[in-house]
Write a protein that binds this ligand. Structure first.
Ligand SMILES: Nc1ncnc2c1ncn2[C@@H]1O[C@H](COP(=O)(O)OP(=O)(O)OP(=O)(O)O)[C@@H](O)[C@H]1O
Ligand SMILES: [Mg+2]
Length: 648
């Protein structure tokens, strides 16, 4: 047996000789600061564009070489820096933006620390070229030599940053390819551009124009939420993120106390696999903030299930004193004095934007049917509610006017599919062709064309394979997934009833429905009797192995009571039944809605189809089913013509 070799003697590290405490040289302090502020070329771009915006620029040009590593030049037409202040601009903690603590607490500019230029100059070759309006000529300051000389330039400032990290090679090693660095630089400008549609931006790389976003005039007095600002914003969003972003999103306009939220929230359909189209701003500053993203996410909870990431651009305006922007070296994080108030405002803003049925907006776009617009400049930031009410009123009037027919309810639709037992409104069963064609007489629900209201989802003309409803509206053709749409309507109705913990209206069954139950089902029914009661259900043990359903929600009275009870018991068992929180509660309601909703392969009459369409027009979130899938699609005449190569 070999003895194990002796372990090498581990020498304890020799204690460092103590050095005296000294002030660090200025240059090193700046380089340390640069470590936090300047991570890559894009950080420099962000800081320089911040400065340009603070200077009141209306046009900003960014020029880059080698992804910004060799050169970043940012040119603006702002207020400029007087000749004698050029050296001060480069000094640490020198700023024109704040002078005391009160200024800091209410700061409205992008910059306030007086650190950025000093930090950038310490890790690059920086030059400032500037001319205020009132100064006869421009002057150029070379940061390294400190030399100032006259130069040629119209009013404004150009900051040139060359050879980034030339003096800190370790840092330079972390940089990625030019293409990647360029992409980050463009993203940095994009974030600014999305907040300032009134400023023009251009980005050049290696002498080629990469992006250009033109300025839109916004009156200087305009406030967030005003028409001109919204229009300018929509245009800029379309320019920067694409037309689809705007077409597939809803305007957000909401004010709650000191918080105003504007912008656009993407429709659930437009959600993406990655969270790369989520832009949040606080007082014009791009931020990454958990409160805001969580609020936005929770607003989508009811319409977007699963992993999909919603898209949005949200602008929070809040009294600067209620938000601390001085919490992160790059100012990308903020701290709200009352994060609850901001969370609620953002959540409601997005929820409201998404709730209004899109069909109403669609019809409102058609000039003939547009309801009165909210006058510009009023405080009413939420025009959608009146719009929904408008349609509700329209639908109610038109239906109630017609003698002998009242579509106040969709009760008929709750009946389970039983072709032999037609609903009171159903046509006599025929040897059903796959498409139930509308006979001229059966088209009665719609009044004569001359006075036909421009129903957003149009009038039903047929049912296809018992799954889809086909309707004709002013724009062309509408296809509706009837189960998905009806499920949402029932769900929203149940939710409205259950609002604020109220019990859902319940109806006793004449003959209780009994069924053979598992031990767990019996146990759950006993444990959760109270929760079941709030859901409008009464399920009691009949024997150790039998349960009896004694009452069901009134709105689901026509459905299969046993199946309903079973699935609700399964849901309750899956959740912690004693603490059925709002979310779980909604899931149970969704399950109930799914049961209550009209099934596929159920033949509907035109009246029933029309009733469903009218309900969709006035039901919140009716554009998606509970799983985020669309409930209807529009095919415009233009799209139909294109399908048939018409007009070419
Ligand atoms: N493009 C510009 N136009 C006019 N003045 C500028 C410009 N860039 C910088 N300045 C002036 O130089 C000063 C220093 O700029 P710097 O970016 O270092 O600090 P800051 O913007 O005040 O604060 P922060 O460090 O938070 O960015 C500014 O306060 C401003 O007065
Ligand atoms: Mg700055």
């Amino acid at each position: 047996m070999n003895a194990s070799p002796p372990l090498p003697a581990t020498a304890a590290p020799a204690p460092l000789p103590r050095r005296p405490i000294r002030d660090l040289p200025d240059e090193l302090i700046s380089q340390i600061a640069a470590g936090e502020v300047v991570e890559r070329p894009a950080s420099v771009v962000r800081e320089l564009v911040d400065n340009a915006l603070d200077s009141g620029a209306t046009a900003i040009t960014v020029r880059l070489l080698a992804g910004g590593v060799r050169l970043i030049s940012v040119e603006d037409d702002g207020c400029g820096i007087p000749q004698d202040e050029l050296p001060v601009a480069l000094r640490r903690h020198a700023t024109s933006k704040i002078t005391n603590l009160h200024d800091l607490e209410t700061v409205a500019t992008m910059g306030f620390r007086g650190e950025a230029l000093a930090a950038i100059a310490s890790v690059s070759e920086t030059a400032l070229l500037s001319r205020p309006q009132a100064q006869a000529s421009a002057f150029l300051l070379d940061a390294r030599s400190g030399e100032i000389r006259p130069a040629a330039r119209s009013h404004g400032t150009t900051v040139e940053v060359k050879e980034l990290f030339f003096s800190t090679p370790a840092r330079r090693k972390f940089l990625k390819s030019d293409a990647t660095e360029l992409a980050h630089c463009v993203e940095a400008v994009r974030r600014h551009a999305l907040a300032r549609p009134d400023v023009g931006f251009a980005i050049w790389h290696e002498g080629k124009l990469v992006e250009q976003w033109r300025a839109t005039f916004v009156p200087s007095q305009a406030r967030p939420g005003e028409g001109s600002v919204q229009d300018a914003l929509a245009r800029r969003l379309a320019d920067v993120l694409g037309e689809d972003f705007v077409n597939q999103s809803m305007a957000v306009l909401h004010r709650a106390g000191p918080v105003t939220v504007t912008g656009r929230a993407g429709l659930p359909d437009a959600a993406r696999a990655r969270a790369d189209h989520q832009y949040c701003y606080v007082n014009g500053r791009f931020v990454r903030d958990k409160v805001l993203t969580h609020a936005a996410r929770s607003a989508y909870e009811d319409v977007l299930h699963g992993q999909k990431q919603p898209v949005y651009a949200l602008y929070v305006e809040i009294d600067p004193a209620r938000v601390d922007v001085n919490v992160h070296p790059t100012k990308i994080e903020v701290r709200f004095r009352d994060s609850r108030e901001v969370h609620q405002a953002v959540r409601h803003a997005v929820e409201n934007a998404l709730a209004a049925p899109r069909a109403a907006a669609l019809a409102a776009a058609a000039p003939a049917s547009a309801p009165a617009q909210t006058p510009a400049g009023t405080e009413d930031l939420q025009p959608k509610q009146p719009l929904a009410q408008y349609w509700q009123a329209q639908a109610a009037i038109k239906f109630d006017e017609r003698p002998g027919h009242k579509v106040s309810d969709l009760q008929a639709l709750w009946q389970p599919a039983q072709p032999t037992q037609p609903s009171p409104l159903a046509e006599p069963p025929t040897a059903a062709p796959a498409i139930a064609w509308a006979s001229p007489a059966a088209a009665a629900p719609a009044p004569p064309a001359a006075e036909a209201p421009a129903w957003p989802l149009g009038r039903a003309v047929a049912q296809i394979h018992g799954v889809y409803i086909l309707a004709e509206n002013a724009q062309g053709m509408v296809v509706v997934d009837m189960h998905a749409a009806h499920e949402r309507i029932v769900y929203e109705r149940l939710k409205a009833q259950a609002e604020g913990g109220a019990r859902i209206a319940s109806q006793p069954l004449l003959i209780p429905a009994t069924f053979a139950a598992t031990a767990q089902e019996v146990a759950t029914a006993e444990e959760c009797a109270e929760v079941l009661a709030t859901l409008g259900l009464e399920v009691v043990p009949f024997s150790p192995k039998t349960l009896a359903v004694r009452a069901v929600p009134t709105s689901l009275a026509q459905g299969d009571a046993v199946e309903l009870a079973r699935s609700v018991l399964a849901e309750l068992a899956a959740h912690d039944a004693t603490t059925v929180v709002q979310r779980a509660h909604n899931e149970i309601l969704a399950t109930m809605a799914c049961h209550g909703a009209v099934r596929a392969n159920r033949k509907l009459t035109l009246d029933e189809m029309n009733a469903l369409l009218r309900q969709m027009e006035t039901t919140d979130r009716s554009d998606q089913c509970n799983h985020g899938r669309p409930t209807w699609r529009q095919l415009t005449m233009k799209e139909l013509d294109a399908l048939f190569l018409r007009g070419r």
